[in-house]
Write a protein that binds this ligand. Sequence first.
Ligand SMILES: C[S@@+](CC[C@H](N)C(=O)[O-])C[C@H]1O[C@@H](n2cnc3c(N)ncnc32)[C@H](O)[C@@H]1O
Length: 145
Amino acid sequence: MQESWRTAIARKKPSLPLRKILSLYGFPKTSIILDFGCGRGRDYQHLLALGYDAYGYDPHFQPVKPSNAFDIVLCTYVLNSREKEVEAEIIEEIKSFCRPKAEIYITVRSDLKSDTKTQRFVECPEGFEIRIKTKAFLTYHKVIS
Ligand SMILES: C[S@@+](CC[C@H](N)C(=O)[O-])C[C@H]1O[C@@H](n2cnc3c(N)ncnc32)[C@H](O)[C@@H]1O
């Protein structure tokens, strides 16, 4: 974890997964959105600029945990930067930020050859469906009951 923050790049524009999710699905304008593991914050700033009520949380860059419950939680390129052992714990924490019927979008990289970190979660754990698949990433989706 101590080193995971180093993987957060400075983005000049919003991430490709966010742009893809927005173009394919959009979100209701009234949505309250959390970017969990937001890194340097480019994606949630883009959502703010679009008029959404958006927040970022990142243990290194933005360590204050929001107290809100969210309609949508995005988690982009976080799990592939962490150890397999903490994956379930992170997913549970994501769920703790969700309102009933909230939507979670978890994106992991799929463009690396490594058979370790980046290839997991690809099996799509029970309850998640693969919503977007590209050469570069996979986005998993779940609606909280
Ligand atoms: C590859 S960066 C991705 C940042 C951002 N989502 C983006 O796409 O630009 C991975 C981020 O995950 C964060 N991270 C690591 N462990 C985390 C955890 N348990 N909960 C939330 N964020 C975490 C790191 O601090 C780091 O900023």
